[in-house]
Design a protein around this ligand. Structure first.
Ligand SMILES: O=C(O)C1=C[C@@H](OP(=O)(O)O)[C@@H](O)[C@H](O)C1
Ligand SMILES: C=C(OP(=O)(O)O)C(=O)O
Length: 784
């Protein structure tokens, strides 16, 4: 089903310009057939907005017609179409699906005897579309040029004329099927009508519509009717209904809908509904089995994933903040464990996953990605490119097929692009968007909308970009003016970066792909080079001379295959878990060991961790290896500053390692940690102190007094707890949450961590994997 959601054609059609503001003459006479909720509401909205000179209706229920005439809603009405239809330039069929064919026969008769022009617009509001088109074919032979099947995604469980509301369609979507046989005039005029009553119009192919609706509307209605039937058939049904709490009420609300309508829909969309139902059956069986097997970890994983998906996609579509402090939805309750072991595979690299979507979308041809990280951050990037008209199939078990649109193929998104929690998405995309012909807005959740964006906006402006950081203090939402308005392309520039940030570097290099001349970034220290590598892999020349990196605008990207290696930043949690716990031995397979990312290995080795690499090879232009770590006696160190950008995301968990080491660890030159998803210096210090660790916060780092002790033979003893138990607040920062989970391996008592739902941004399945190797994390949902 996912595959069908984003057919490129649909997306391109969706981007059609709104016609609301165009001069459009009103209709001469609209004839609404069926004065149920939708028909009567549309009639009322047409009347209230003055969209037609005359309004007539047909309904078999004479009292509705009489009342509507009395109310002044209709100019005329009848139970027979031939009585009132003459002269209509729009007919909207709002009867149950199965009755549509008979109405079409009446319309054809009216056309044949000259009551209706043959180009009269004929539309409908039915929930299924393929069968409407089939009915029209069988009645008319070839499809009339005025036929525009449509479906307003709006409704209420109350039905009938009296339930009508002129505002029913405001802020709702209307899907219209732009058939190849339909005249552009008819399509434009119907769009105009729906937009004029407050709806937003999207175009979609009929088969796609029916499949989507089968899953999102028809299946839920079917299940609601079914559950009520199930409960009603129990002997103690009265008690069941009397004591049924909110869950039943919420779930069964839509079972109060019109049975005749749903009866018709279920038959009309039979094949799509049966396939959605079969799929549902498989999922239901899986859940049933998990309960029978008492497989708490897997069940929790399933429930957690569903909860996160519902929240995340809901917010992405609505472009509303995702992580707000009132919505702490999950916590970890962790029982101390002592050791970890096993061989595991870590999910795909987040940085590379983002870039695979970006470059794959901008390339010519198809890009196949494997190992894509299905975490919320990378999914936000994926959604943004779909919003800009790129067809992307998947993700399916880490596999994606991206149908590249070329360097000039992106389309403007209809809504602000929602980047969720992801700094990488926002900063890299701002470089791409600053160069596009169209305007864009980039926004994120409350955490992302607090992070500094002038670091990319200012140098982009120096290249000629028109970009405003419209938040409180140089923060998102970012508003970017398209080059069509600005009137000339970006200009290549040389930029000396004040911080070693791969996001800033990548943003400017990406903007440079469309700029006149050469764009050069000079970084103060080495930072991750995935953008440079992937550009080269896609055939785009990049010049790297030490810390000077340049691209020249005007080139092309060619799609290909990308294998995303396992994320070393995610692997870091388990590397530290094994390093700090006695008797542990853990192998992490095929982890990316790009030298611009291996600061964690270098730092742990300096701390005398036992780490070895094997099976070193290359995957998709990136080096990978199996990493084996054994428990060892760590010692405190002064962390060399040049390693900071190479381990920038790993410091939270390195602080856990430092707490277990013998002696003091000093981190300096890491001010950047203060502007990540949280202030990672302050938040880690707060949590470490809660667990009894002595640490000192400095402006650009942290000093940690390691608690590693020596046993009688002078060796550091890595079996003693160094942390107490306690309650940690993650500040909705995924890496903080996972780091303190690792601390449980050396804790004396239970650790609870609040606000762990953001773990899904970078490491979906973290708790399951941790438990698999011997940790004991229980995931609790709280007040979602
Ligand atoms: O380019 C990237 O993919 C990233 C760069 C780093 O950010 P900075 O460039 O801001 O240091 C890192 O913290 C982030 O998780 C991913
Ligand atoms: C800082 C991080 O990511 P981003 O900047 O993309 O939000 C991270 O994953 O730790």
């Amino acid at each position: 089903m996912r595959k069908a959601v984003n057919s490129q054609k649909d997306s391109q059609q969706n981007n059609k310009k709104s016609l609301t503001n165009m001069q459009m003459p009103r209709f001469k006479q609209v004839c609404v057939i069926g004065l149920g909720l939708i028909g009567a509401s549309l009639a009322q909205a047409i009347k209230d907005n003055g969209l037609s000179e005359r309004l007539v209706a047909v309904d078999r229920h004479a009292p509705s017609i009489e009342e509507a005439i009395q109310h002044g809603l209709l100019d005329a009405g009848s139970s027979a179409l031939s009585d009132v239809v003459a002269g209509s330039d729009l007919i909207v069929i709002a009867v149950p699906v199965q009755a549509v064919q008979a109405v079409l026969v009446d319309i054809k008769t009216a056309m044949d005897n000259g009551q209706l022009a043959t180009d009269c617009i004929i539309s409908d509001v039915c929930s299924t579309k393929v069968n409407i088109i089939d009915a029209a074919k069988s009645v008319f032979g070839s499809l009339p040029t005025g036929l525009v099947p449509a479906h307003p995604i709006a409704g209420a469980e109350n039905s009938g004329y009296h339930a009508r509301r002129a505002t029913l369609f405001a802020n709702h979507s209307v899907i219209i099927c732009e058939l190849p046989t339909t005249s552009i005039v008819a399509i434009d005029k119907l769009r105009w009508l729906w937009e004029a009553v407050g709806a937003s119009v999207m175009a979609m192919e009929a088969e796609h519509h029916d499949s989507i609706l089968a899953h999102t509307s028809h299946l839920p209605h079917l299940l609601a009717f079914n559950l009520v039937e199930q409960l009603a058939s129990h002997d103690d049904n009265l008690d069941m209904f009397r004591y049924a709490a909110g869950g039943f009420r919420d779930f069964s609300r839509i079972a109060a809908s019109d049975p005749k309508m749903w009866h018709d829909i279920f038959f009309a969309n039979e094949s799509a509904i049966v396939s959605a139902l079969d799929e549902y059956g498989v999922y239901l069986q899986t859940m049933r089995q998990l309960i029978i097997d008492k497989d708490s970890t897997a069940l929790m994983g399933l429930l957690g994933r569903a909860q996160a998906a519902r929240r995340h996609f809901g917010h992405m579509l609505a472009s509303t903040p995702y992580t707000d402090t009132s919505a702490m939805s999950a916590s970890y309750n962790i029982t101390p464990s002592n050791t970890v072991s096993g061989t595991i595979t870590i999910p795909g690299d987040k940085s590379i996953s983002h870039r695979s979507i970006m470059l794959g979308s901008l390339a010519t041809g198809i890009t196949h990605v494997t190992g894509f990280l299905e975490g919320e951050d990378a999914l936000a990037t994926l959604q943004a490119f779909r919003d800009m008209g790129v067809t992307i199939e998947g993700p399916d078990n880490g596999k994606l097929t991206i149908h590249g649109v070329g360097m000039n193929g992106l389309k403007p998104s209809k809504t602000p692009l929602y980047m969720g929690n992801s700094g990488t998405s926002m900063r890299l995309l701002s470089g791409i968007l600053a160069a596009q012909p169209f305007d864009s807005v980039l926004t994120g959740d409350t955490s992302l909308n607090k992070r500094p964006m002038e670091r990319v906006a200012a140098p982009l402006r120096a290249m000629g970009a028109v970009i405003q950081s419209t938040g409180h203090s140089g923060t998102a939402p970012l508003s970017i003016t398209g080059r069509d308005t600005v009137g000339k392309p970006l200009q290549g520039a040389e930029y000396d970066m004040p911080v070693a940030s791969a996001q800033v570097k990548s943003c400017l290099l990406l903007a440079g792909l469309w700029s006149e001349g050469t764009t050069t970034v000079i970084q103060p220290e080495v930072s991750r080079d995935h953008t440079e590598r992937m550009l080269s892999a896609f055939g785009y020349p990049v010049t790297v001379e030490g810390n000077r990196i340049s691209v020249t605008g005007g080139g092309q990207l060619t799609g290909g295959d990308i294998a995303v290696p396992a994320d070393i930043s995610s692997a870091a949690f388990f590397m530290v878990a094994a390093a700090i716990s006695q008797g542990s031995e853990l192998t992490l397979t095929q982890v990316g060991i790009n030298p611009t990312r291996t600061g964690i290995i270098d730092i742990l080795k300096l701390m005398q961790a036992d780490i070895s690499l094997s099976n070193e090879t290359h995957v998709g232009g990136e080096p990978v290896a199996d990493i084996t770590i054994r428990g060892s006696n760590l010692v405190g160190i002064e962390i060399p500053e040049h390693l900071v950008p190479l381990a920038i995301d790993e410091f939270p968990v390195l602080f856990i390692a430092a707490s277990c080491a013998k002696g003091r660890t000093v981190l300096t030159g890491a001010k950047e940690l203060r502007v990540k998803e949280s202030d990672r210096i302050a938040v880690m210090a707060e949590g470490l102190r809660t667990l009894g660790i002595d640490c000192t916060v400095t402006e650009d780092g942290l000093i940690i007094e390691g608690q590693g002790t020596e046993s009688e033979n002078g060796e550091v003893n890595n079996s003693q707890p160094v942390f107490g138990g306690g309650h940690i607040i993650s500040h909705h920062d995924h890496r903080i949450a996972m780091s303190f989970a690792v601390a449980s391996l050396r804790a004396s008592e239970q650790i609870t961590i609040e606000g762990v739902e953001t773990v899904n941004t970078s490491f979906p399945g973290f708790a399951e994997l941790a438990n698999h190797i011997g940790m004991s994390i229980q995931v609790d949902s709280t007040n979602a």
